[in-house]
Write a protein that binds this ligand. Sequence first.
Ligand code: FMN
Length: 641
Amino acid sequence: MGCRLVAKWVLIRGQKRGGKMEWDSGSDMSMEEEDHMQICEDEGFLMNDGGPVPIAMDNLLHSTPCGFAVTDALEPDQPIIYVNAVFEYVTGYKAEEILGRNCRFLQYRGPFAQRRHPLVDSMVVSEIRRCLDEGVEFQGELLNFRKDGTPLMNRLRLTPIHGDDGIITHIIGIQLFTEANIDLGPMPLPFYKEAITRCADRSLSDPFLYRPAAIGQGHFCREICGIFQLSDEVLAQKILSRLTPRDVASVGSVCKRLYQLTKNEDLWRMVCQNAWGSETTRVLETVPGAKRLGWGRLARELTTLEAAAWRKLTVGGAVEPSRCNFSACAVGNRLVLFGGEGVNMQPMNDTFVLDLSAANPEWRHVNVSSPPPGRWGHTLSCLNGSWLVVFGGCGRQGLLNDVFILDLDAQQPTWREVAGSAPPLPRSWHSSCTLDGTKLVVSGGCADSGVLLSDTFLLDLTMEKPIWKEIPVSWTPPSRLGHSLTVYGGRKILMFGGLAKSGPLRLRSSDVYTIDLSEEEPKWRYLTGSGMPGAGNPGGKAPPPRLDHVAVSLPGGRVLIFGGSVAGLHSASQLYLLDPTEEKPTWRILNVPGQQPRFAWGHSTCVVGGTRALVLGGHTGEEWILNELHELSLASKHGLD
Ligand SMILES: Cc1cc2nc3c(=O)[nH]c(=O)nc-3n(C[C@H](O)[C@H](O)[C@H](O)COP(=O)(O)O)c2cc1C
């Protein structure tokens, strides 16, 4: 509004000084006209050459199809100080983008063009320059371009405005825009294609090309004619969604407008998806109550872990007979347990399921046909949302390297052996994880005669005849068993702890290694741990070395470690957090309230829905605690219950 008043004032002053605002005026104003002008000014009216025709200023600006621009002639290069809504609407440039600039940008095709378009008549441009230099009026026609690159003909009239001392203080430009029927082809950048089509269509019914129209339509168009034809809101959200949840939260605290923008649920969903991957977001979507909590809150809680809490879960049924060294994993909201070591070292091959989404969850023994041979020290992993895959372990006849698959959602669940060619050595106490929901990764473990292994194998289970592939690396972390593998950032794997070979000894480890399997030549990297050169504890408050611990992977690649077999049995129940994506990854202790599991080793953990880790089983040194189930919830309960 302020700008419009300035323009109005300049316009009126210009008239009094002999400025001509009408298209065909050639004569200067008489004294009488000047007097009348004074009256008009007071009443907010303007006149034309033909006499005192009272036209309301607002009408002039709003109901005629003319663009209107004012430049400051006392500043170098005629910077624009005002443009009207018609100018903004027809050209697609918003006032805030162009105030302070010279009007010649309209001769450039689109905001990224580096020079005047060759079809713009250079003779006309020279004539404008001459008129401006000589302080006389200009009238002429030249080619201009909308922001989206579509051409426009501009019947331009430039009128100098003189100050009291006769010096030209402002230039007023009036633009009568018409459609230019020139086919210039698409803009060089692909995103303009759509824009051109849209704008070309729009021009057919453009209210500002010769026809008067309500200004409100201009406001609507201003919204959709933002950068790259996206509204400011959408654009801002696209940019914001590329930031980390922490950054979006910080940006939101900077100013009110950004705060409002960061309150959008769709934005937070995009932020989570971009930061944590679509698979994690998809899983989070299935968490009961997550909707109520909202993506913004979920992102905050999973980032800060402020709401993390332990609680003991009481469920019906029981896993019987008792056992240890079994393996469990989560399949959606179900927990599946397979095998283990029963009394008298008896290898077991039964399957149990606990459905956590049931009103009263209870362990259920599932009758599955053709079960794999009994075993302990094996791994059980989830693939593809409903498949379970068992690998290796120690059976009645010794160590195993077989692979069995079960589709839990099949009408009659049946274990099926997958004969992967070139399998790794038989082993137990190895570690496994899955990539892309389709590939099983197996690392290390203990081979025959107690030999520790350091290899990493991958089996793509989508292949008709799966083939085991050893990841070729020039260097491997020391061989080990009882370590953990967690996946982050798509195809990166983090290895922690275990009982590792150290010269002639076998020592508990707190070392962290990573490998990126998306690289052409994957390499193991030493991230942090006791062997780091320099200070004794360079990676922060590192967890004491351990094996058979629990490792929980969190959205964004962070890993939580607790439990396991530690020398001295002291701090194993502490929760340790590490973010491998940090420049200098640092261990932190996470103090979590609630009732945590008893200190034990050989716990089995499953992460359910990305927001809760379930810990079951384990050995306290005195007893097996098979039917104790604890939950570490990472998001607040009121949203999830
Ligand atoms: C008030 C004012 C409005 C103008 N409006 C336009 C316009 O709508 N389109 C255009 O191509 N040039 C317009 N011009 C002309 C350019 O700003 C510039 O003066 C012209 O291109 C000649 O200068 P140059 O050779 O340095 O570019 C306007 C100039 C003034 C002072």
